[in-house]
Design a protein. Sequence first.
Length: 317
Amino acid sequence: MTARGAGEGLAGVGYDTPDGATFHVTGNNSRVTGFGPSLDLLGASQILVDLGGAWTKSVNVLQGSSITVDGQGSELGSFDIDEGTVTVTNEAIANSFGTTIGDSGGSPSASATVNVLGVGTQLNMTSATIGSASGVPGQLNVIAGNVDITGTTTVNATGAVLIDDGGRLDSNDDFTVNGGTLDFRDGTLEIAGGVFDPGVASLYQLAAFAASDEVNLTLTGGASLAGTPSLRVGGTGTANFTVSGGAQVTGNSTIISEAQNAVGTVTVTGGSSTWTVLANLTVALEGEGALIIAQGGAVNSQTNGFVAFDPGSSGMV
């Protein structure tokens, strides 16, 4: 089926597609809409939305099917993805409700992947569950694009999140790595108002993937870090950890810029924003480190503090 120009198609005549079906929504004002149960995209079927088209009927992506939303003004409505691929690219936008990436009852040999690619590309979700305790692996790739999740985010054992090439993920509630993987290479992760649980008990290391990369982690809006892990900010490339808006961080030994040629900065800013260090605090073990306390923020170090610990390091408080 093709909807072109000012045409409007209706998805939902029956609620399962035939195997190998293709839907193409192309051009400004072209829309596919529908009400009632979601459309099940079966048997390697495909949806392509481009050149400003829009698909607003809810869809379940099953059996290796795929959706591609390509280009400025192109739009995708609500989707779940049990097995297959959803790609949003080139300044397109997708809006979804309670998205699940990866079917808990499916085969581990299959996969479910959502790609958000390119500057200006946007995916908005009310919540996200990525992977499960077993079943189909789920992957969310935020590569130069933007993802905004208003509710909770859970990365389960078969799930993974990649943030790279300046991608940005904003979570406005709890962000929990529950046995899965957070591969934070180059970009920004902001947690506003929830608990950030990176899934580590003893050590959390915030470090870019390569020397030219930069990672920016912000806890704000009363957010907090789960547990009391030891913290390392800056092991490769540039790493910035900001605590603002009444956020709270408590950790054991903390090192800001651990390795040679690394750059690490911790900023604690705003009233009620606090960083509590239960063991040694080191600003620049070998690289270039900075601790910035501003506008009523507070840092409480309960044991020893060191600045520019090794020869050749550079530290600032």
